[in-house]
Write a protein that binds this ligand. Sequence first.
Ligand code: AMP
Length: 418
Amino acid sequence: MPFASLGLSPALAAAAAAQGFQSPTPIQAEAIPPILRGADLLGQAQTGSGKTAAFALPLLQRVQETRLPGQRNVQALVLVPTRELAAQVGGVLRGLAAALPSPPRIAVVFGGVSINPQMMALRGGADVVVATPGRLLDLVEHNALRLSGAGLLVLDEADRLLGLGFADELQRVLALLPRQRQNLLFSATFPDEVQQLAQRLLRDPVRAEIAATPTHAPDIQERAIQVDPERRTQLLRHLVQTHGWSRVLVFVATQYAAEHVAEKLYKAGIFASPFHGGLSQGARKQVLQEFKDERWQVVVTTDLAARGIDIAQLPAVVNYDLPRSAVDYVHRIGRTGRAGEGGVAVSFISADTQTHWQLIEKRQGRKIPHGQMPGFEPTKTAPAAAVPGIGGVKGRRPSKKDKLRAAGLLPPLGQSSE
Ligand code: AMP
């Protein structure tokens, strides 16, 4: 199916072709026609499915249609949760726009860097703004931007933008936008509580949902390896060295762990670099670029890199520390197996994290194969977590009482007077 059959103008279809997009991906085929009609949309698809172009192409077409000659007013606003995603989405929009006869001006603004160059860049006006919410508000306060004409709003990674962390900023941004506008929400995951918030924002939305069916799901081989926590770095080294993965993204729980694990790998002769929110914006950008350029074989990161970042041909993701939630798990493993390429997602589990792992599996409604690596067999077995009826079902961490019960120091549930 050609792009033009979705209602895209010949110029935009040519812009897609210039990016090497021959035919639309499923989310593009579903989302582009309603967006071009002006409908609100809730787009749910796995990461790597072509979501960015699914809104970028029709957004550019609508901006081209409504733009008045000689004027530069912000007509479309794309909000994203992280600086990296802002840069990436801005890059996709600019890449597509460059092929158009009179390209719209696209501004990309995010925090963590000096505001002055961004204010200067906005002096000539912009037709499309890609922004993280905090810096956008700063720029509005500095009168560098007006959003009263932005009749098209996109929330990319919408579930995060609608979550608690962004609640205040998002409300303030929404108050600056015209009431009559088109709203597009995209994410790989929409937990129930976020769905409710989303419904308040959307008017009569079209749902474009690409289920993770075998034909559309990225080809990701998942598995869990049982290992004692203190041997995880050695196991990681072993996996990196024996599998010959050209690039591995390793997720850890804290900035400290990112530094620590990367340093240990580096000392062991593996080119590894940390990546986390404690680094300066310049350092973050450099690490990502050098990772893309294969200067680093391993990047050890916090959940900062879990969303949206598209690193072509990332063959492997390792959960050194398990993610906090099943939703975060989906985002993390979505960093591999993108755009039809295969990938491996390995999770390290131990006796202490067994229950949490079972919860992640349960929330996804499936079991992920697990086993042990010869030479790294765990010495500790699962404690209370593995006792049927305790902890595992609800997925909560075993309480002190659970542990005492498991050790036989308290009567089993139902037999005590508590
Ligand atoms: P995204 O889900 O937006 O991060 O996109 C994932 C990858 O798919 C990016 O590298 C895009 O360049 C690529 N892509 C997007 N649309 C298409 C298409 N129609 N055909 C081929 N590749 C695409």
